[in-house]
Design a protein around this ligand. Structure first.
Ligand code: UD1
Ligand code: CA
Length: 460
């Protein structure tokens, strides 16, 4: 028998007033990615035949994000011009759903929902309506699950429409429901808006299913955290912590060493070797790869970075789109900008900024330097205060330093310029022409003078 195709309908038309934001609610990030991206991930993990997103407020922004994100999933957009309730929202997508489908209704603002839980819900919905519920200590605000004496579901009552006895029920509707499309289509036509909010409630389909002599199935969510809808930034921050804690726990289990899993943030993917240690307060973004034995000191930011085995990054370093080989020492307070590429055994010390420069094996820039646009060979020593003057106000030029050169402190290399193999540049030089290999090149006032009778000015 052919299994019914799964159509997910993601409700994302709400305004999200309580976020107090110009950004549509579903675009607020958890672990660096919009809540909607997490929900779409869950739909993809379920191998949905189609995903429909019902948008309204900020719909253009939502679609623009989706286009820019280049996600592989195809999304069908349904516009809900006016928010008349969850049943009305689902109806906007139904014309594009075939009768033989199973429909899963998802919320765009429930980012921690897991595909495993939803798979159970879909299984239960092959022939009937299935509702994902959860037991809450404080059910305030949620629709309550009503059951008859034989514990069968008889309906859902919204908080505003519930009486005092119903409000004491702790089993609540998470909002995720699944049902055969044909049945759902029929029920949606019958939903009315004669309730406290004057909205078309999706939850009313439960009573309609019961009327149609169906036994409504319920699946209980594994945790309340998983199904928490995000309405304000307090809940958003809480969801972020839950997500980060789970991620950190997974990484610890996979052998990563974290000084404190509560003070670790990964907004992307981390690939790590054995015995990698990350100290407190680090933020890792994009795709980060850390080889065996890499150590990251406290309060570092790593964004799209690859570090070879044995490399150490000391405190307060910021690395972006940079690559380092094995056994490098970076920081404290180092800044590697895009296309900084360090070979093995390279040292980059405090207050050194590197952009679009390759440094060869064993080279060192240990203090206070700006290296932008260029190529540095192997075994080069770059003194404190060295600057690659790469920008003439209009164009960028390259500085090339060949193997074994020694650049004295406080040297300005005015690009385009080349320093030959094994050359030594004297401290304080402003180099405007190519430096030949070997020998000492320097460029400063010829003689050092002393005025023995000079008097310091005194305050009047
Ligand atoms: C809804 C459920 C409630 C459940 C709760 C779980 C109904 C009637 N009630 O209540 O039983 O306990 O979720 O969080 O379904 N939306 C639209 N268009 C609309 C209305 C809503 O897209 O016209 C979207 C919202 O953006 C949101 C979701 O649907 O993502 C839920 O809507 P909301 O108004 O927050 O429903 P609740 O009152 O929380
Ligand atoms: Ca809500």
């Amino acid at each position: 028998m052919k299994t019914a195709p799964l159509h997910c309908i993601v409700l994302a038309a709400g305004q999200g007033t309580r976020m107090k934001s110009a950004l549509p609610k579903v675009l607020h990030p958890v672990a660096g990615r919009p809540m909607l991206a997490h929900v779409l991930d869950a739909a993809r993990a379920l191998s949905a035949a189609a995903v429909h997103v019902v948008h309204g407020h900020g719909g253009d922004q939502v679609r623009a994000w989706f286009e820019a994100s280049r996600r592989p999933d195809a999304v069908r957009w349904a516009h809900q011009a006016e928010q008349k309730g969850t049943a009305h929202a689902v109806q906007q997508a139904m014309p594009a759903v075939p009768d033989d489908a199973i429909v899963l209704v998802m919320y765009g603002d429930v980012p921690l929902i897991s595909a495993q839980t939803l798979a159970q819900l879909i299984d239960a919905a092959r022939r009937t309506l299935a509702v994902l519920t959860v037991e809450l200590d404080d059910p305030t605000g949620y629709g309550r699950i009503l059951r008859d004496r034989r514990h069968r579901v008889s309906g859902i009552v919204e908080e505003k429409d519930a009486n005092a006895r119903q409000r004491r029920i702790r089993e609540v509707n998470t909002g995720f429901v699944a049902a055969p499309a044909k049945r759902l289509r029929g029920w949606l036509k019958e939903v009315r808006n004669d309730n406290a909010k004057g909205e078309y409630y999706l939850t009313d389909i439960v009573a309609l299913a019961v009327r149609d002599k169906l036994e409504v199935a319920t699946i209980t969510a594994a945790s309340a955290e998983e199904v928490e809808g995000i309405n304000d930034r307090i809940q958003l921050a809480r969801a972020e912590r839950v997500y980060q804690r789970r991620q950190a726990t997974g990484l610890l289990a996979a052998g990563l060493s974290l000084a404190d899993p509560e003070r670790f943030d990964l907004r992307g993917t981390l690939l790590h070797g054995r015995d990698v240690h990350v100290d407190v307060g680090c933020v890792l973004e994009g795709r980060v790869e850390l080889g065996d034995g890499v150590r990251i000191g406290p309060h570092c930011v790593l964004r799209d970075v690859i570090l070879g085995a044995g490399t150490i990054v000391d405190a307060h370093s910021v690395l972006e789109k940079a690559v380092a080989g094995r056994d490098c020492r970076i920081g404290p307070f180092a800044r590697l900008r895009p296309d900084a590429a360090l070979a093995d055994d390279v040292h980059v010390g405090n207050f050194v900024e590197i952009k679009k420069v390759r440094l060869g094996r064993g080279s060192k820039a240990n203090h206070l330097a700006y290296l932008g646009d260029g190529d540095v060979g192997a075994g080069v020593n770059i003194g404190a205060g060295t600057i690659f003057c790469n920008y003439d106000g209009a164009n960028k030029h390259e500085t090339i330093i060949e193997d074994g050169a020694f650049i004295g402190s406080d040297t300005q290399l005015v690009a385009p310029v080349r320093v030959g193999r094994g050359a030594t540049v004297g401290a304080g030089s402003t180099i405007v022409r190519d430096v030949p290999a070997g020998g000492l090149t320097l460029c400063r006032a010829r003689e050092q003078k002393t005025y023995p009778n000079w008097k310091r000015p005194v305050k009047k």
